[in-house]
Design a protein around this ligand. Structure first.
Ligand code: PMP
Length: 412
């Protein structure tokens, strides 16, 4: 399928609405994406015609619902190029995936004094779960430093690895800077010392193809709602040999093999980690969303968004007093390797003022610390304005953003 932006935008009716009598320009996609009709239709159809609890029922509806739910797991497997559906655990999202990992991994493999390495650019959801475990078990959080443009200091990282390091957990793409972290190199260096690596793919999966077998990471998490799927559903991928060795996360139905009052035995992964009735409607929605992006093609999406990002960086840089974080001032925009996220600051205009005034002009961006306060501290700022792109955004919308920023600039 060629990249037919008009047709794509028709799949997202919300994009045609207006706010404050202005056409909506939705540039807050790193926070959440809009949903195509096929996702909404599939979920409505399942509630209307198939709804029944999965896995346990002998009856027809339950079997149909189970087929959809387990079929969705296969769709996720294919999307990630994982070896087996046993490696695909459904979660509520990236945050729950990392909490699950932090809890189960530290229970199984970490003692007081052992270390987890994260990076300066992490979202709070890849910091706080480890801190909770640190408080309980005395494990230590180490942080890969970065330069002023958000590039991780790989020499410092190499020096940090030691027999105390039990896991490296880093984001694939920064949700603030849009920088693409050198995860291949991180995995290579960690694996050379037998250390497993977890990747937070919340901001990479929507924008370019990810391949678990090529990447060779040990764990990978992402959220459905950031890739055109519903809220409340996400995925934890784990290599089978790791998932097999982790203890359960929560207890309840679905995750057991046999229960008595004396003791219980557990299912094999992935069900071992999926206590309770799963959101089987959301898994259908997620699978539809993954089918949707796959039909357009992740490489085509990447090319479209790369063009938008480069165009936006070049247009925004031309505004007097503009600072874009995570993009070196002398970067060659034409070859910029940067994800679809742009964090900026214009002169001394407060980001809250910028966001509020752009909103009045119909443009939805994000302002603040973006759940990455340690990164803000490193940059010496309190927050940024962030515009983030999705497969349905256009150059005209970037033009709209630029002229709106110019209008705001003229007010101060
Ligand atoms: N990690 C990154 C890099 C993110 O951008 C986000 C969402 N902003 C998260 C984790 C958390 O995702 P969720 O809120 O969907 O669990």
């Amino acid at each position: 399928m060629s990249y037919d932006i008009t047709k794509i935008r028709e799949d997202f009716p919300i994009l045609s609405r207006s706010v404050y009598n202005k056409p909506l320009v939705y540039l807050d996609n790193a926070a959440t994406t809009q949903k195509p009709l096929c996702v909404l239709d599939a979920m409505r159809e399942e509630y209307l015609n198939v709804n029944a609890n999965v896995h346990r029922g002998v009856h027809w509806l339950s079997q149909q619902a189970t087929e959809l739910h387990e079929g969705a797991r296969e769709t996720v497997r294919r999307f990630l190029n994982a070896r087996s559906t046993t490696e695909i655990v459904f979660t509520r999202g990236t945050t729950e995936g990392i909490n699950l990992l932090a809890s189960c991994f530290s229970d199984a493999f970490m003692r007081e004094g052992d270390e987890v390495i994260v990076s300066t650019v992490e979202h709070h959801s890849n910091i706080v779960p480890w801190q909770l475990q640190a408080a309980r078990k005395g494990i230590v959080l180490r942080v890969i430093p970065m330069d002023d443009n958000g590039l991780l200091d790989m020499e410092a990282f190499a020096r940090m690895l030691s027999p105390k390091t039990k896991l490296v957990s880093v984001s694939h793409v920064s949700n603030v800077l849009g920088t693409i972290n050198p995860v291949e190199e991180i995995i290579r260096l960690a694996h050379a010392q037998g250390i497993p690596v977890a990747i937070d793919g919340a901001q990479s999966t929507p924008h370019f193809a990810v391949d678990m077998q090529a990447l060779d990471c040990d764990f990978f998490v992402f959220s459905g709602h950031k890739i055109y799927g519903p809220t409340g559903i996400g995925v934890l991928y784990g290599k089978e040999e790791w998932l097999d060795r982790l203890p359960p996360y929560q207890g309840g139905g679905e995750m057991i093999e046999h229960v008595s009052f004396e003791q219980s035995t557990f299912e094999r992964p992935p069900l071992k980690f999926e206590a309770g009735t799963p959101d089987y409607i959301a898994t259908t929605g997620l699978a539809k969303a993954l089918d949707y992006v796959s039909a357009i093609g992740m490489d085509a999406i990447r090319a479209h968004e790369e063009d938008l990002t480069r165009y936006a960086v070049s247009q925004l840089s031309a505004i007097d007093g503009m600072k874009i974080y995570g993009v070196p001032a002398d970067a060659d925009v034409q070859t910029l390797h940067h994800d679809a996220v742009i964090s900026f600051q214009l002169r001394d205009i407060h980001h809250m003022d910028m966001g509020t005034l752009l909103d009045r002009l119909g443009i939805a961006i994000r302002t603040g610390h973006h759940c990455a306060q340690p990164l803000m501290d490193r940059l010496g700022i309190l927050g940024t304005s962030r515009a983030s792109f999705a497969l349905y955004n256009t150059r005209e919308e970037v033009d709209g953003l630029v002229s709106a920023i110019n209008r705001v600039a003229a007010m101060f």
